[in-house]
Design a protein around this ligand. Structure first.
Ligand SMILES: Nc1ncnc2c1ncn2[C@@H]1O[C@H](COP(=O)(O)OP(=O)(O)OP(=O)(O)O)[C@@H](O)[C@H]1O
Length: 267
């Protein structure tokens, strides 16, 4: 018997077409994004890597409806970023954990749920679930200052996961952490991604981090901010940390480095 179901075409979760964004500043126009085209499939883990000022954060902010493009189009889940924001299609994790110091960890995670009108029982259930996902079960009543930097960043990820969005936008979430903690969080994030099947857009400055985490690596260069290479990773989904010593890993890292070098102005 043949399967009569048509093969499901890969659905684009993020689709950018001829995207341009120019900031008007007192020193003249800044071309933060120039002719950016990108398709991100469901369940992809996409890293954006490039030197300071190449438009990584701006691109993420366009997806999140925090910046408006000058021209071109971005669709998130097939709709405008504004419609996606209203539908709570994504969670956003910032560079700094950004937890409210006067609220407990549980209170911080509950905040978006309170705003969205989840009832008390559903809030409690969701907080418990996401704290487990980021391995912070039992820390609900602690305050941010009682947690290490890595734990705070995990709590911030838990908050972004709380309202069950399919997309996670992460702007250099581990940039301020030391390498050992960062390695550990990278492992945990991969496990979380595998468990939840989310689509993740992740900004980073680190080549090993981008190669270790991603199914797709987007290399960007500044002035004007544009995409110079998109690498589909041949690495398996199952990735122990020591995969970073394999020839396949080093080959991709080399290609990313070459892409960064080609687009670098050295000024
Ligand atoms: N609101 C703004 N007004 C004017 N210029 C801006 C604004 N936001 C960003 N820019 C400029 O746009 C360019 C891209 O900035 P963006 O923050 O997206 O870069 P980035 O690649 O994320 O950098 P970093 O790695 O340092 O975070 C930079 O030249 C920046 O100075």
């Amino acid at each position: 018997m043949t399967n009569a179901m048509p093969q499901q075409a890969e659905t684009s979760v993020i689709s950018a077409k001829a995207l341009n964004l120019t900031f008007q500043t007192n020193d003249g126009p800044v071309h933060a994004l120039r002719d950016v085209n990108l398709e991100v499939g469901k369940g992809d883990f996409v890293s954006f890597i490039g030197p300071s000022g190449c438009g990584k954060t701006t691109f993420l902010r366009v997806m999140a409806d925090l910046e408006q493009p000058t021209s071109g189009e971005v669709l998130v889940n097939g709709v405008s970023p504004e419609a996606a924001r209203k539908a709570r299609a994504y969670g956003y994790v910032f560079q700094a954990a950004g937890l409210y110091p006067w609220r407990s960890i549980g209170g911080n995670i509950r905040l978006p749920l309170e705003i969205m009108g989840y009832d008390k029982a559903a809030q409690a259930e969701r907080v418990r679930e996401v704290l487990e996902l980021v391995e912070l079960a039992g820390f609900e009543n602690k305050y941010p200052w009682q947690l290490s930097g890595g734990m705070q960043q995990r709590a911030s990820i838990a908050r972004a996961l709380a309202f069950e969005a399919d997309i996670l936008l992460m702007d250099e979430p581990f940039g301020a952490l030391d390498e050992i903690v960062r390695d550990h969080l990278n492992e945990q994030l991969l496990a979380l991604w595998a468990r939840t099947q989310k689509t993740i857009c992740f900004v980073t400055h680190s080549i090993p981090e981008a190669v270790y985490l991603s199914t797709k690596i987007v290399v960007m260069s500044p002035r004007p901010g544009r995409i110079t290479d998109v690498i589909e990773s041949p690495l398996p989904k199952e990735r122990p940390l020591d995969i970073r010593d394999t020839p396949e890993f080093l080959e991709i890292a080399h290609r990313v480095r070459e892409g960064l070098r080609a687009g670098h102005a050295y000024d």
